[in-house]
Write a protein that binds this ligand. Structure first.
Ligand code: ADP
Ligand code: TRP
Length: 319
């Protein structure tokens, strides 16, 4: 089984990224041949500062490795180290109906938030389809917000296969139901665009501050509280054991404990959960050549597969 996923180097990684994409990807690395990449071509749709792009890309590699990506099992690489993916994107764009791209929620959301409607932003899903199809990927672990992009990938692959008697493999999404959408401090989907994130590797003081800023209703300390509508409870359950979650549920129902106290419990769990990863991160940082070596090795492996698939594609279309 071949597993593939990508993440854009557009900012500091948060716990929504961790539970939605990184943790499932890391869990899958033992079950097949994994390819994980830093989507720097995609990030060009929103970043126009070369220094920012370079340093974010390194940061994502560092954080992913610190969180448990094992470079001996999974190839970690930069998308732009496999430039053939842009050739495939061009070929796929010739069979992609414009109307399919016009239906993309992600494009519509970004335009609504004021991003300029560039051709690159519009054709973003075609490049993403190329990312996936160029490795004959079977499984793609991503958060729920990427589901439509995966459906589009399947549609584009079908269209290519039909048009050119091709044999591109149709991938399956892999979306974790329990953590479909991790809420942010304001209860909306956690996203760097909404300023409601709790970062994986934030410093202690800032992380505590973010947790304490989680929005709650105005129930008194004595009042019984509803766990299911509480962001604190939802986030806590991501880090806690079943028993700890059951105990917090009961404490919510019982009343007598204020939200401030529950936030402290959440912070303690969260901080403890990422402790080994902070340690690993410091170790990686102590070896300045480590990340570069890992990325080069990953790129080599990715290029081997991409080269094979592109040879088939070029043959199929007559190039
Ligand atoms: P952001 O919304 O912060 O810009 P990205 O769009 O870069 O995050 O997402 C990177 C990966 O993390 C994607 O696979 C996405 O589905 C996942 N992800 C992002 N935010 C969340 C969230 N709040 N809950 C679950 N998964 C998420
Ligand atoms: N669009 C994804 C995101 O914003 C990143 C991405 C690019 C990706 N290419 C991919 C994810 C291929 C999975 C597979 O998170």
């Amino acid at each position: 089984m071949r597993i593939l996923s990508g993440i854009q180097p557009t900012g500091v990684l948060h716990i929504g990224n961790y539970f939605g994409m990184m943790r499932p990807a890391i869990a899958l690395q033992a079950q097949g041949e994994a390819f994980y990449f830093i989507a720097d071509y995609h990030a060009l749709t929103t970043i126009d500062n070369p220094e920012t792009l370079r340093s974010n890309s390194r940061q994502v590699a560092l954080d992913f490795l610190a969180c448990g990506l094992d470079p001996d099992r999974a190839a970690l690489f930069r998308q732009s180290d496999v430039p053939q993916v842009t050739e495939l994107a061009w070929i796929l764009s010739t069979v992609t109906p414009k109307a399919l791209l016009e239906r993309a929620h992600s494009y519509k959301d970004k335009i609504a938030r004021g991003l300029p409607a560039s051709a690159g932003l519009f054709t973003y899903p075609v490049l993403m389809a190329a990312d996936i199809l160029i490795y004959d990927s079977d499984v793609v672990p991503v958060g729920k917000d990427q589901k439509q992009h995966l459906e589009m990938t399947r549609d584009i692959a079908l269209k290519f296969n039909e048009t050119f008697s091709g044999d591109l493999k149709l991938p399956e999404p892999h979306i974790q139901p329990a953590t479909e959408t991790v809420p942010g401090t304001d209860g909306q989907k956690m996203s760097k665009s909404y300023g409601n994130t709790i970062d994986i590797f934030g410093d202690e003081k800032e992380t505590r501050k973010r947790v304490m800023s989680i929005v709650t209703d105005s129930s008194s300390v004595e009042a019984a509280k509803d766990p299911d509508s509480s962001t604190i409870f939802q986030l806590h359950s991501l880090f806690a054991t079943k028993e700890e979650t059951a105990a917090m549920r009961e404490a919510f129902h019982r009343g007598g404990i204020g939200y401030g106290e529950f936030k402290k419990q959440l912070f303690a769990k969260l901080w403890e959960y990422f402790e080994p990863m902070r340690k690993r991160r410091a170790e990686i940082l102590a070896d300045p050549s480590y990340i570069g070596t890992v990325l080069n090795r990953g790129a080599q492996r990715a290029n081997e597969i991409a080269g094979q698939v592109m040879a088939r594609v070029r043959e199929a279309v007559g190039l």
